[in-house]
Design a protein around this ligand. Structure first.
Ligand SMILES: Cc1cc2nc3c(=O)[nH]c(=O)nc-3n(C[C@H](O)[C@H](O)[C@H](O)COP(=O)(O)OP(=O)(O)OC[C@H]3O[C@@H](n4cnc5c(N)ncnc54)[C@H](O)[C@@H]3O)c2cc1C
Length: 381
């Protein structure tokens, strides 16, 4: 692919070596313990993998998004596909993005730097029990009290939320303003603050990535912990969604590639009626259909990466790519599981695992239905 030059290829090799030595041998343990050890976050920080695109003064590498693309692809293809990608991509490309794009120099030194060195884990808390797709209807409030804001409310389904040290939190600083989205602001909340409690949720898939419910009861947050301008939170969330959706699309595509490749290997090496499973016309067509769909979405996604690099709007392309990739990985998981017979039904099988994990790709970062709603609007329907 023309997206990648020699430096990118060397970086990919470096990530692969890291995955081979620091992630793969511990994948099972991480999934069983439902946690990514702090020592691994620290090693990723030391390797420069956290905050790839951020300034050197904040511990970053001053690289561009292509490096994040590579990191995401390789983490998803690691043996710990069930969670490490979700946790790191949330930290790198969804949560710390708010500090990087809208934070002050002081906020970046205090909060972004420990995230790039791997000393702190970051989460982004937007979703609430009664406000998921409809972000503007959130109920969490942040009421000004002198030099502080008092935060009350509840967040749910928050990736990294249980182990995070820093929770970027969206709350309403104005509950009366219309339209309601104009009342949303973003705050940096440190774990350990009085009134904050978190509990782990038990997901069907992605076990190595922790997901939490967070409750805020009269949490007093210094006013200087607001990110950017009061009332601009909704705009920030929408802006950050572009990169978030780009990464989630790559997430779906990389898992899809892994599932298809491992199933091809199986179908080449196993025979049915004296011929490899892959040689039957029906099975060949299944692979051809999955691979051609994958290639089309991947080309669109890499185009979006290039447009993003050039500073252009990618909303239409990435909206299409996100929902098509999310649906494809679910379809591929089911087909590939079937192609392997009972072998595909074993708990450790990559397609079987993906059947549990990939459902998240059609929900997180905006569901398939919401992508269709956005696209419908863009098409003037
Ligand atoms: C693995 C994972 C990680 C996540 N991590 C985070 C995180 O770190 N931070 C965070 O804030 N949130 C996170 N989320 C939450 C995620 O953003 C929400 O789940 C998502 O926005 C949908 O909200 P909801 O689950 O409340 O569903 P709802 O919004 O209640 O929707 C319910 C159903 O209705 C459908 N629907 C909604 N609107 C329409 C419509 N107009 N037309 C047709 N159908 C519609 C939806 O697609 C969905 O199927 C995560 C979710 C997952 C699965």
């Amino acid at each position: 692919m023309r997206l990648f030059n020699e430096n990118h290829k060397k970086f990919r090799q470096r990530v692969r070596e890291f995955v081979e030595t620091e992630i793969n041998p511990y994948a099972e343990e991480m999934e069983k313990n439902r946690q990514i050890p702090r020592t691994l976050w620290k090693k990723m920080g030391e390797a420069g993998f956290l905050g790839l695109c951020y300034g050197k003064e904040y511990g970053g590498q001053e690289l561009n998004i292509v490096y994040s693309v590579i990191l995401t692809e390789e983490l998803i293809k690691s043996r710990c596909s069930r969670g490490i990608g979700q946790a790191v991509v949330t930290h790198n490309d969804m949560a710390t993005t708010y500090l990087h794009q809208f934070g002050t120099h002081e906020q970046k030194i205090k909060y972004l730097k420990p995230c790039t060195t791997g000393d702190a884990i970051c989460a982004i808390a937007v979703t609430e029990p009664d406000a998921g797709s409809d972000v503007a209807s959130m109920n969490t409030t942040a009421i000004k009290d002198g030099n502080h804001y008092i935060i009350n409310g509840q967040k749910i389904y928050i990736t990294n939320g249980y182990y995070a040290d820093i929770i970027i939190t969206a709350a309403k600083t104005d509950t009366k303003i219309q339209p309601a989205y104009k009342g949303i602001s973003i705050f940096i909340i440190e774990k350990g603050i009085k009134g904050l409690s978190t509990s782990k949720l038990d997901k069907m898939g992605l076990p190595a990535s922790d997901t939490a419910e967070i409750s805020y009861t009269d949490c007093r947050v210094p006013a200087e912990n607001m990110i950017g301008v009061e009332g601009s939170g909704f705009r920030y969330i929408m802006e950050c969604f572009q990169k978030e959706r780009l990464m989630l699309t790559l997430f779906s595509l990389a898992s899809c590639e892994k599932i298809i490749q491992e199933t091809i290997d199986f179908c080449r090496n196993h025979s049915l009626y004296s011929a490899p499973i892959i040689s039957s016309q029906a099975n060949k067509h299944k692979f051809v259909e999955m691979i051609s769909e994958l290639e089309v979405i991947k080309t669109l996604t890499y185009d979006c990466v290039q447009e993003y690099l050039a500073g252009n709007d990618i909303i239409k392309g990435i909206t299409i790519a996100k929902f098509r990739a999310g649906e494809l990985v679910n379809k591929a998981a089911r087909i590939c599981m079937g192609l392997q017979g009972e072998h595909g039904y074993l708990r450790d099988n990559v397609a079987a695992r993906a059947c549990l994990d990939a459902r998240a790709n059609t929900i997180a970062g905006g569901s398939t239905e919401i992508m269709k709603e956005i696209l419908g609007k863009l098409l003037g329907f």
